[in-house]
Design a protein around this ligand. Structure first.
Ligand code: SAM
Length: 286
């Protein structure tokens, strides 16, 4: 089968099957072999690996994954793409295509059955509106994962990677960095896709920490504090937490906790590091 990273080959497949792009599934297919090479290299895939691909489309990246991995499981929601995938992947005997919504798939079970519970690698070029729930779902459900290499909207990649004190820093940065080490692999302009998306994209690799980087007694409380302090960015941390329906802690206690940490009562949430939020949660939970 011809390399679908070549736009002519993608056009030929789309015409052969008279495929209609579905907006609701965020279908923008990659047509750039350099970007595909970069994704495969960044994901550090070897012949030992089981790779889960989310949203294979017509199988462009799947072909690359089949060449490099031991086994590939590709989950595609659009039933119209299934006969196309059967065709474009017919040369490979190490791929299973599931016609499912990834949000309803038991990924833990796949890792157990196909990889004996050892960490898997995830590669995806997702519709942008489900990127965050999928990534957070993968981390929070404690699926054994080595790394996730994913194409996201450029702004989202920036938000995942930045540290305190910048405008992009927020709850997503802290949630991602609690579970993984982010690394932006490449910026990808709209002309690398068919059809072209309206926004710029980036490939980001999230390498899961072997151990969480901070000590926190009550993870859920820490994430409630994080969400509450970024909900009202312009407010001080104390006022943000005080106004939040998610947090039921007296204002005086928050001020006292900040004092113990050597922070001023007028500090803003956006200046706190992950370690600061963990400490704050630990003091409050006591
Ligand atoms: N990986 C292909 C590529 O790079 O050319 C396709 C990428 S396209 C941006 C996103 C793909 O995800 C589409 O094929 C779409 O049908 C599929 N998709 C959308 N929502 C999904 C879901 N909830 N579960 C599984 N696949 C989904």
């Amino acid at each position: 089968m011809a390399n679908l990273g070549n736009p002519q080959n993608t056009i030929a497949v789309l015409q052969k099957y008279q495929f209609n792009f579905q907006k609701k599934f965020g279908q923008n297919f990659l047509i750039d072999t350099h970007v595909l090479d970069k994704i495969i290299a960044a994901a550090q895939i070897t012949k030992d690996d089981l790779v889960l691909e989310i949203g294979p489309g017509i199988g462009t990246m799947t072909q690359y994954l089949c060449e490099h991995a031991r086994e590939v499981v590709a989950v595609e929601i659009d039933k119209n793409l299934i006969p196309i995938l059967e065709d474009t992947l017919k040369e490979y005997d190490n791929v299973t295509v599931l016609n499912e919504d990834i949000l309803k798939v038991d990924i833990n079970q796949i890792a157990q059955e196909k990889n004996a519970g050892r960490p898997i690698k995830v590669v995806a070029n997702l519709p942008y509106y489900i990127t965050t729930p999928i990534i957070m779902g993968l981390f929070e459900s404690h699926v054994p994962i080595d790394n996730i290499t994913v194409m996201v909207q450029k702004e989202v990649a920036d938000r995942m990677q930045v540290g305190p004190g910048t405008k992009d820093y927020g709850a997503l940065s802290l949630a991602v960095q609690y579970y993984a080490k982010p690394y932006i692999v490449a910026n990808v302009p709209p002309n690398c896709f068919m059809p072209r998306p309206k926004v710029g994209s980036a490939v980001i690799r999230l390498t899961r920490h072997k151990e969480v980087p901070v000590f926190v007694k009550d993870e859920k409380l820490m994430f409630r504090l994080i969400r509450a302090s970024f909900n009202q960015r312009r407010k001080t941390l104390v006022n943000g937490l005080n106004n939040s329906p998610e947090i039921d802690v007296p204002k005086e206690l928050i001020i006292e906790a900040l004092k113990t940490m050597g922070l001023s009562a007028t500090v803003r949430g956006e200046t706190l590091t992950l370690e600061d939020f963990a400490k704050l949660a630990n003091i409050i939970s006591e």
